[in-house]
Ligand binder design. Structure first.
Ligand code: DNO
Length: 357
């Protein structure tokens, strides 16, 4: 397991030298943020991120994300040029030493919550999704000023409405077709550069604001992996995205896809499933619905040796900042991940030693 941490570049209030002080922290997950979606990243900007990370004593080996332009997802006439730009970005980050690219294929809105600072009994604040609040934060139908770090803020409300109107004409099957078209062009380039593409599941793993969403469960993941049956077409296993629905057995999925060699990146996060939605919780298993030990063991036992990062944290100890992406609670998550993996690895080596005796 290679422990990693997401960093939003020079504008991130969380400093690289602080991240470096988390035990076992080796890798920074980042991206180029100064180029509009769909365009080619300059080699200078990529080199800038790499140098900052390396100067702080870590490696820049995971990109999260190279965003997929909406016109690719919509299958529009200009998609070939946009896909060529995407491929060029893969080549460029590969040249800089990046090994994994995380991306998603969610129409318009990336991860979505209905309250970014819900106070829980211990006094910390967390991100929640309550079904009954979803309509109130729908930026298409309300004046909600909700924005999340994953949303592309460059669209005006009218532009959003137009794009959504285009998606409304698309069926799930159309979206699958557009994803297939994209993968058949991108994966061969990734394979050439030995870059592991790692799709992120829809978060939450159901349709929101009436938009199609197709990467939500085991059947979807099987279908996705079969489109191009090559290890370079792989997954970011996002425990919290899959785990916010009881229909997904995250431990079973971790075991299955790790065994197949298709998980290249893991987001570790615990959530509490509620009858009306879910709440993000501290990473420790008893704090939520997921068995984080069992997930770590399933990954380890099935040969996973890729990158893991703690996912969103609560805001604790008075910290303020980017929703889900403060330092303190994510650092606690990272320390916990270290503990889980030390336990499963040592338990294994003790069994081996006992067998040898
Ligand atoms: C949320 C993140 C997502 C993720 C993208 C990948 O915190 O996990 O925004 O980066 O979906 O493209």
């Amino acid at each position: 397991m290679k422990l990693s941490f997401r960093w939003y570049g020079d504008d991130d209030a969380v400093r690289l030298d602080y991240i470096r002080q988390i035990p076992n922290m080796s890798t920074i997950v980042s991206a180029v943020y100064d180029v509009p979606v769909g365009e080619v990243w300059s080699r200078e900007s990529i080199a800038h991120v790499k140098a900052a990370v390396e100067n702080a004593g870590m490696r820049f080996e995971v990109v999260e994300s190279i965003p997929v332009h909406e016109d690719i997802k919509l299958g529009k006439a200009n998609r070939d040029a946009l896909i060529e730009n995407y491929c060029e970005n893969i080549r460029r980050v590969a040249d800089a030493g990046v090994k994994v690219v995380c991306y998603n294929f969610m129409p318009v809105f990336d991860w979505t919550r209905t309250d970014l600072a819900h106070v829980i009994p211990d006094g910390s604040t967390t991100l929640v999704y309550y079904g009954e609040q979803a309509a109130a934060v729908n930026p298409l139908e309300t004046n909600s000023d909700l924005t999340l770090p994953g949303w592309d803020a460059s669209y005006s409300r009218d532009e959003l409405r137009n794009i959504v109107a285009e998606y409304n004409k698309l069926t799930d099957e159309d979206l699958w077709e557009n994803l297939g078209y994209f993968l058949k062009k991108v994966i061969p380039v990734a394979a050439e550069c030995d870059m592991y593409m790692a799709i992120h599941q829809d978060d939450p793993c159901w349709s929101i604001f009436g938009l199609p969403r197709i990467i939500s469960d085991e059947k979807d993941l099987d279908r996705l992996l079969a489109i191009v049956d090559d290890r370079h077409n792989g997954l970011t296993l996002c425990c919290g995205s899959l785990g916010c629905s009881a229909k997904n057995d995250v431990v079973g999925l971790a075991a299955k896809y790790a065994k197949a060699g298709r998980i290249h990146f893991v987001h570790m996060r615990n959530v509490e499933i509620l009858p009306y939605g879910f709440e993000e919780r501290a990473h420790y298993s008893p704090c939520g619905s997921l068995d984080m030990y069992a997930i770590a063991k399933a990954l380890h036992d099935n040969g996973f040796d890729g990158y893991i990062r703690p996912d969103h944290g609560r805001m604790i100890w008075g910290e303020t900042g980017r929703a889900g992406y403060g330092l303190y609670d994510r650092a606690l998550g990272a320390a916990y991940i270290n503990g889980l993996f030390e336990a499963v690895e040592k338990a294994d080596s003790h069994v081996d030693t006992a067998n040898e005796r």
